[in-house]
Design a protein around this ligand. Structure first.
Ligand code: MLC
Ligand code: AMP
Length: 507
């Protein structure tokens, strides 16, 4: 096979006239038409001088063309590097420079702000808008729909996805063809996807969930996607009658439950609801079942590994657990200090191994060595327990991480920013329970002696530099941070003290 990942997921559909994308306003796109478009984009990439292994960074709205560009990269062997549309120019600067991207594709509206970044990284800049217009689209329109796929192997890189790091510096997870292919195959099997399926797709396509778990899996099965630009409760309710399955982060499900129109009748025909990227509260699971009669299937994964575990399709979907390791994936619970495997039932750090586990962090051999063992086990940083029936329970995080509406936020990155602000001596950033986002960001500031930091100015500066989802939604001033005898900030105490700030706001 010339290109195992692309040939298996998409090549099989080159002459398939079945609908792949169901778009807004009744428009549809067949597999055949979508792949012709992807071939045009693949020709553009080659014409622009991109070679297999080069990185293409994209910071564009979700659109059929953006998805075609992803598939074009797979075909051309170009490494796809999608970036959260919420990132600010200051944040994008790091990714473009660190990845050494050969081409950066952005929204036409962002050209002025991003030209200096592309220029300083020595990278070409093209545009692609939400409506499918832009310089790259114009070039694609002039290309052929035939593309000669260069040979690529299972060990070659398919994508580079950045995940934030505990030190505040993002790490690029190198994902191979094998990682993505093995996971799509495991998920089609585990979740019984077929060409009869229509998946409601309201997730962004710059993260593993919307891009790989949803898109690759459905493409392998030959099913269709109701491809919505973003999650909007009304539109989702309107389109659910066409769907057989839906994937989402817990916020999607709590928002649906808050809507009276989301009824048992509306979803009586559905086959499957899947949740992941953040913990689904057992209470949400139970409310969902009471309202709809469906038990949400919760699974667990990471950018570095795609999906690791899943509750069973048949058999008990146990609330508050993430189910069993997927076929081909091994999971064990280890002592965080020694790495020794702990007896069944004990709590420790979860380690996983399998064809889904990434190749390492881009140009960070030390970080790779610290998290990916020589025997292939990846240290997830999630605290877990495996019960007597084999269900994995994620009970907490060993890593200092906040997950807000399915987006990861590393406190260190925000603390570095806050510590730099006038009047701030030091800061601590924590997550507190939030009714909509699951968790949200709280910033605790210690003022420099004799000063009062200007919170409005700090918020404005934060909005300038940090993506909106990372912005603290609550600020507090303390005279000093609680520290243990080693001088380490006791975030657990702060989490207890601020546990109710968003609950109080909601009521
Ligand atoms: C948007 N905002 C958020 C936010 N999303 N704030 C906190 N947390 C979030 N997740 C803020 C914006 O900055 C803006 O703030 C305001 O909310 C409105 O923006 P919006 O775009 O209209 O928001 P909304 O539509 O409400 O988005 C919420 C959401 C979205 C839950 C629909 O965040 C989402 O689609 N999340 C999915 C994330 C995801 O795909 N994760 C997968 C990671 S992969 P302001 O102040 O400007 O008004 C992974 C591996 C795995 O984790 O296991 O899957
Ligand atoms: P990301 O780096 O965006 O890939 O996020 C991965 C992290 O999300 C994991 O390490 C977990 O902490 C968390 N996560 C994903 N799915 C679940 C889940 N079902 N339950 C609890 N945490 C989850």
């Amino acid at each position: 096979m010339a290109n195992p990942l692309c040939d298996t997921l998409f090549g099989q559909h080159a002459e398939n006239d079945a609908v792949f994308l169901r778009l807004p306003k009744g428009r549809t796109q067949s597999y055949r038409a979508f792949l012709a478009e992807a071939a045009r984009y693949a020709n553009v990439l080659t014409a622009q001088g991109l070679k297999p292994g080069d990185r293409l960074a994209v910071h564009v709205a979700k659109s059929p063309e953006a998805l075609a560009l992803y598939v074009a990269c797979l075909r051309a062997g170009v490494v796809f590097l999608p970036l959260n549309t919420a990132y600010t120019p200051a944040e994008l600067d790091y990714f473009i420079a660190d990845s050494g991207a050969a081409l950066f594709v952005c929204d036409p509206d962002d050209v002025a702000a991003l030209t200096p970044i592309a220029a300083s990284a020595g990278c070409a800049l093209e545009t692609l808008g939400a409506d499918g217009s832009g310089t790259l689209a114009d070039r694609a329109a002039a290309q052929e729909t035939e593309f000669v796929t260069p040979a690529r192997g299972l060990d070659d890189l398919a994508a580079l996805l950045y995940t934030s790091g505990t030190t505040g510096r993002s790490k690029g997870a190198m994902l191979t063809q094998q990682n993505l292919l093995s996971n799509a195959q495991a998920l089609v099997e585990a979740w019984r996807f077929t060409s009869d399926d229509v998946l409601l797709h309201a997730l962004p396509v710059f993260h593993a969930h919307g891009l790989f778990v949803a898109t690759n899996t459905l493409a392998l099965a030959g099913g269709a996607l109701i491809f919505l630009p973003k999650f909007e409760t009304d539109t989702v309710i309107q389109r659910l009658p066409e769907a057989t399955a839906m994937m989402g982060v817990p916020t999607f499900y709590t928002r649906l439950l808050d809507t009276p129109e989301f009824t048992r009748d509306l979803v009586g025909h559905m086959r499957l609801f899947i949740s992941g990227s953040a913990p689904l509260l057992a209470e949400t699971h139970e409310r969902f079942e009471a309202r709809t009669g469906h038990r949400i299937l919760e699974r667990y994964g990471m950018t570095e590994t795609s999906m690791n575990t899943s509750n069973p399709y048949e058999g008990e979907r146990r609330a508050g657990t993430v189910g069993f390791p997927l076929p081909g994936v091994e999971a064990k619970v280890c002592d965080p200090e020694t790495g020794a495997t702990l007896p069944q039932g004990e709590i420790g750090v979860l380690e996983v191994r399998g064809p889904n586990v990434f190749k390492g962090y881009w140009q960070m051999p030390e970080k790779t060595a610290a998290e990916l063992r020589e025997d292939g086990f990846f240290i997830t940083g999630d605290m877990a327990r495996i019960d007597a029936d084999g269900y994995v329970h994620i009970v907490g995080r060993g890593k200092d991480l906040i997950i807000s509406g399915g987006y990861n936020i590393y406190p260190k990155e925000i603390e570095i920013f806050l510590d730099d602000q006038p009047g701030v001596l030091e800061s601590a950033v924590i997550g507190a329970p939030h009714p909509d986002f699951g968790e949200s960001v709280v910033a605790i500031l210690v003022p420099e002696p004799g000063t009062t930091p200007d919170l409005a100015a700090i918020e404005a500066a934060a909005r300038q530099d940090l993506a909106g989802f990372k912005l603290p939604r609550h600020f507090a001033l303390l005279d000093a941070l609680p520290r243990n005898t080693m001088g380490k900030v006791q975030k657990n105490l702060l989490r207890d003290d601020f546990a109710d700030v968003f609950r109080a706001q909601a009521s």
